[in-house]
Every structure is written in structure tokens, then in C-alpha cells.
Design a protein around this ligand. Structure first.
Ligand SMILES: NC(=O)c1ccc[n+]([C@@H]2O[C@H](COP(=O)([O-])OP(=O)(O)OC[C@H]3O[C@@H](n4cnc5c(N)ncnc54)[C@H](O)[C@@H]3O)[C@@H](O)[C@H]2O)c1
Length: 390
């Protein structure tokens, strides 16, 4: 029997059967909500898809929607830890196997490469897998969230940090296990830390991928590529948008423009999609964001507009990338599937609640249970339908 071991909002172990069940639940959700519309649509459809960062969160949702709504063959890349005698593997290790098994059972092609996406060899290995499998890809999703990156040219390792720039930050952080609120204090980032975060989470590696795929001629005519960003409300800007991670996201957004230009000979496009704040492995470690997500979940659920990762990606594919007409973007050229989160009525209520949140009123004003269960589910725990006493 495996019980979750969580320290400082990092889950140290994984439930294998729970991961498989979670992947199946996401597939069922996709088949019920998106597959009929995708099949009925007379518009363009993804024919073969590469997902970089395919194993959890938004990347896994993208791979599931590609395969199980559109029937597209997929090649996935993610960095995983295999289980050992004493330790469970990373969640993505189990998710990848569950995905491949489900795809195979429906006769949908999939190939999964478990290797560091930042390394040159992984890019070459992926190109080989595309050549052996679908031949080319016409959609590339870039969904990496990583704390470190080794520069493939220099061998220097960079570490991303989540810190404010030019100011200090203090805010409430929620312990996802106990529900306790703690004041957290973060010092301002140094220039070196800000630059390193851009190196890890900015657009450089995305561009290297697209250049390598183009040079190897495995990008189909009309190829599209999308990477994910977050903007969020002003109350989170000190720690997110105007902090180190925001710098990296600005770089990612600038890279989309360069990629879009570089794909024009192929009639292709590159975009950044701004997604909704979601309780995932990556967001759980961002100070202050957990409380916001918990309040946001509660407000959006009360109004019937809450979406999970699959719901977000279904809308990205069915309404934006492969809907009727051109892909809608905002004046900055960004795809906005955070529109429901950022709606003024949702933000007004969320901000009002954030201002009065205390340990005592937390359960009433925020959906800590929802945030906790999404976080645990990402590690195979608290998945409905799993017998954890087995
Ligand atoms: N969670 C949110 O609230 C949110 C909101 C908007 C945008 N985003 C963005 O979406 C993207 C994905 O975030 P997520 O929350 O789904 O994260 P996640 O942690 O669930 O998934 C990250 C993926 O990246 C892979 N990965 C990490 N390092 C790698 C490496 N070196 N090589 C290969 N694969 C590697 C992991 O295996 C995993 O598949 C990020 O760019 C994030 O900033 C997240």
C-alpha cells in the first residue's frame, strides 16, 4: 500500500494504479466531450502531433486530446524517473505507459521518448521516431516546466527560480496537505537568477526544437506550434508576471513571433496560448499562487465555468486551433484560453475574497479540497474509482 508523502507541497511518491486510472479518466472525459465535435468538424484537424513535455499537466492533456479526440498519432517527449526497488518512479513514468497502452488498445500510433528535452540527442532521437512513425508532424506542443536546463552548446547548467524582481514578496502560502496558511517571504532575484530562469523557461529551447525539426524536414506543410504561458491577475504579478518566471514567459512570447516568421515558408504558425491557473505539480511550488488557485476554483465552480487541464485543451483545439475560421488571438498575438479566469466578474469576486482570507474562513471562501485533490491526482492519489486499500 502506498500513502502520499508530501513535503512543502512536493509529493515524494506516486501511486502507479492511480496514475493509470487518472489517465483513463482524462481519456474518458476527452472521448465524451471533444471526440464527437472533433469528428463532426469539417475544419482542419491535427494529423500527427509531437508533444514536448507530454507526461503530466497541460502536455498530457494535449497528447490525450490529439489522440483520443482526433485519432492523431502522437510522439511524446518527457523526462522521467523509472521506479527502483525502494522508490516509485515519477508520475509521468506511469502516465506515459498508461497513455501508450490506451492508445495501442484503440489502434492509435504512439511513441514515447523519456529523455531530457533540452539535450541535442533527444531532439535527434525524436526526429528518428517521427521518421519511423508518422513521417512528419503538423502540430508541435511545447509544454515543459522544469527547474533546470543544461545548455546544449556550453554544457552550463542553469536553475530557474521563482522570485520577484526589484522588490521583495510576502504572501500567504497554503500547505496542500494540512490546509494551513503560512506567510512566505521571498527576497528579490539577482540579475543572474532572472537570466537563468529565462534560459530554462524562456523560448530558446522551443526555437531549437522547431529549427531542428524544420532542418530534418519532419514538419508538414501548414505545421502549427504552441507553447503555454500564464498572465494572471495583478495581485499575483509581483511573484509571477513581473518576477523571474514572468521574464521567461515574455521571452517565450517573443520567441513565438520569431517561430511564426520562421515557419512562414511552410505556411505554418507559432503561438503562445495563455492558459488558466491550474493545480499541477509545477504550480504547487509557486508561493502565493496556491491560495489564489483555491479561491479561483471555488468562484469558477460556483458559477459553473471551472475547467480542468482537459477542458482547457479541448477548448484550445476545438475552438481556437481547429475551430471554424482563423485562430483568434488578442492584440498581443496571444491565444487566450484564460478568458474565463480573467472575466471581470470572476476576478472581482476572487480579489474580494483574497483580501479577506484567513485560516478560519479558508474552507468557506476557497476550494482547498479541489486544489488538493488535483495535486494528489497528478501523483496517482485521490483518483476516483481506485481501491487504495488493495
Ligand atoms: N499549471 C498552471 O497553472 C499553468 C498555467 C498556465 C501555463 N502553464 C504552463 O504550462 C506548461 C506546463 O506546465 P504544467 O503545469 O502542465 O507542468 P507539469 O509539471 O505538469 O508538466 C511538465 C512536463 O514537462 C516535462 N519535463 C520537465 N523537464 C523536462 C526535461 N528536461 N525534458 C523533457 N521533459 C521535461 C515533465 O516530464 C512533464 O511532462 C508550463 O510552461 C507552464 O508554465 C501552467
Amino acid at each position: 500500500m502506498i500513502e502520499p508523502m508530501v513535503r512543502n507541497n512536493i509529493c515524494l511518491n506516486v501511486h502507479p494504479a492511480g496514475c493509470a486510472a487518472m489517465v483513463k479518466n482524462w481519456i474518458r472525459e476527452t472521448e465524451e466531450t471533444a471526440a464527437p465535435a472533433a469528428k463532426a468538424s469539417s475544419g482542419p484537424k491535427p494529423k500527427s502531433v509531437l508533444v514536448i513535455g507530454c507526461s503530466t499537466g497541460y502536455g498530457l492533456a494535449s497528447r490525450i486530446v490529439s489522440a483520443f479526440a482526433y485519432g492523431a498519432p502522437t510522439v511524446g517527449v518527457s523526462f522521467e524517473r523509472a521506479p527502483s526497488e525502494k522508490k516509485t518512479g515519477s508520475p509521468g513514468w506511469y502516465d506515459n505507459r498508461a497513455f501508450d497502452a490506451e492508445a495501442a488498445s484503440r489502434g492509435i500510433y504512439s511513441a514515447t521518448i523519456e529523455s531530457d528535452a533540452f539535450a541535442k540527442e533527444t531532439k535527434l532521437q525524436t526526429i528518428e521516431a517521427i521518421r519511423k512513425g508518422p513521417g512528419t508532424v503538423d502540430l508541435v506542443i511545447y509544454s515543459i516546466a522544469s527547474p533546470v536546463r543544461t545548455d546544449p552548446e556550453t554544457g552550463v547548467m542553469y536553475r530557474s527560480v521563482i522570485k520577484p524582481i526589484g522588490r521583495t514578496y510576502s504572501g500567504l502560502t497554503v500547505d496542500l496537505v494540512t490546509g494551513e496558511l503560512k506567510e512566505s517571504y521571498i527576497s528579490t532575484a539577482t540579475q543572474e537568477e532572472a537570466d537563468a530562469t529565462v534560459k530554462v523557461m524562456g523560448g530558446e529551447d522551443w526555437k531549437l526544437w522547431i529549427d531542428a525539426l524544420a532542418e530534418a524536414k519532419v514538419l508538414a506543410r501548414g505545421v502549427r506550434t504552441v507553447a503555454f504561458s500564464y498572465i494572471g491577475p495583478s495581485l499575483s504579478h509581483d511573484i509571477y508576471r513581473e518576477g523571474t518566471i514572468g521574464r521567461a514567459k515574455e521571452d517565450l512570447e517573443r520567441t513565438a513571433v520569431a517561430i511564426d516568421r520562421s515557419l512562414s515558408p511552410l505556411g505554418g504558425h507559432g503561438w503562445v496560448s495563455v492558459n488558466k491557473a491550474m493545480s499541477t505539480r509545477a504550480s504547487a511550488v509557486i508561493p502565493g499562487i496556491g491560495v489564489y488557485i483555491a479561491v479561483l476554483y471555488k468562484v469558477m465552480k460556483e458559477r459553473g465555468v471551472h475547467e480542468d487541464c482537459v477542458g482547457q485543451i479541448v477548448r484550445l483545439f476545438c475552438d481556437r486551433l481547429y475551430g471554424a475560421g482563423d485562430t483568434a488571438v488578442d492584440p498581443a498575438g496571444l491565444i487566450r484560453i484564460d478568458d474565463l479566469e480573467m472575466a471581470s466578474e470572476i476576478q472581482k469576486e476572487t480579489t474580494a475574497r483574497m483580501k479577506k482570507i484567513t485560516a478560519a474562513n479558508l474552507p468557506e471562501l476557497a476550494d482547498i479540497d479541489g486544489v488538493r485533490s488535483d495535486f494528489l491526482e497528478a501523483h496517482g492519489f485521490a483518483v476516483p474509482g481506485v481501491d487504495y486499500s488493495a
